[in-house]
Design a protein around this ligand. Structure first.
Ligand SMILES: O=C(O)CCC(=O)C(=O)O
Ligand SMILES: [Fe+2]
Length: 241
């Protein structure tokens, strides 16, 4: 699959490698239901969201993955893992496909601080969104110890059932975060970079926001699955033996 037709237009991107790619309707409604019905036993409650981790444990000591087989809900119908491999997002990584998946659940009003996913992973992440829409805010990169940026450069609106791929310089040179809001107002909606790639009602909403109309877009529960390749894998060691 060629990713180029799905590129999110980012000002000043010329000459950089990789990019942001938005694939709407990556799953059908029924396929998305079967993923959302995934095992619910593994949730770990964090301060601002719930989290599941699949594919194995990443060692804090050296960032190596102690691998575990991927669960059936990612490998059997609708073959999500294989379909993500087929996007070619991970073609240049050692395993050529993701070996790790984090599932995040956010209720309306919950989010994640601006951050960079860092060098533990091959510089590509593929994020499937389920449930409600969200605005992923993109900021210029800065050291974690520096003050958090407050104004995003732009946002990417992720619709349910869409896949977002962040690759290469887009992965390395920016921070991403989700603001803790229950609704997105006109100034936020006007800053959406992938408006032309959205379904007609949301594209209209962004247009209205840009005309200065007083639009509001409410958030709901959203579940994201983020896929990455941990290139350094611990061989010959299995947890639980
Ligand atoms: O939920 C998302 O879309 C983003 C999650 C994220 O940035 C992460 O897990 O590193
Ligand atoms: Fe992240």
């Amino acid at each position: 699959m060629a990713l180029e037709p799905f590129r999110v237009p980012v000002p000043g991107w010329e000459g950089a490698s990789g990019g942001f790619f938005y694939l709407p309707e990556f799953l059908s409604f029924s396929e998305s239901d079967s993923i959302d019905a995934a095992p619910s036993l593994k949730w770990k409650q964090l301060a601002h969201r719930r989290l599941q981790s699949w594919g194995g444990q990443i060692l804090e000591r050296d960032g190596r993955l102690v691998p575990e087989p991927m669960p059936p809900f990612l490998t059997t119908h609708p073959r999500l893992l294989a379909r993500i491999r087929d996007t070619t997002a991970f073609h240049d990584s050692i395993h050529k496909e993701p070996n790790h998946c984090l599932v995040n659940e956010y209720m309306a009003g919950q989010g994640i601080m601006p951050h960079n996913d860092g060098p533990t992973y091959f510089p590509a992440v593929a994020t499937l969104s389920l449930g409600g829409h969200v605005l992923l805010d993109i900021y210029p990169w800065r050291e974690a110890r520096e003050a958090y940026p407050t104004t995003p450069l732009f946002s990417i609106l992720q619709e349910p059932r869409s896949l977002l791929i962040i690759q290469g310089d887009a992965y390395r040179n920016y921070l991403h975060g989700i603001a803790e809001r229950t609704q997105d107002d006109a100034p936020r909606m006007a800053n959406v970079a992938n408006s032309a790639q959205l379904s007609a009602p949301l594209n209209d909403l962004v247009d209205a926001a840009r005309r200065g109309e007083n639009v509001l877009c409410s958030r709901e529960r959203r579940v994201s699955l983020t896929f990455r390749d941990v290139e350094r894998v611990q061989r010959g060691l299995r947890i639980g033996r």
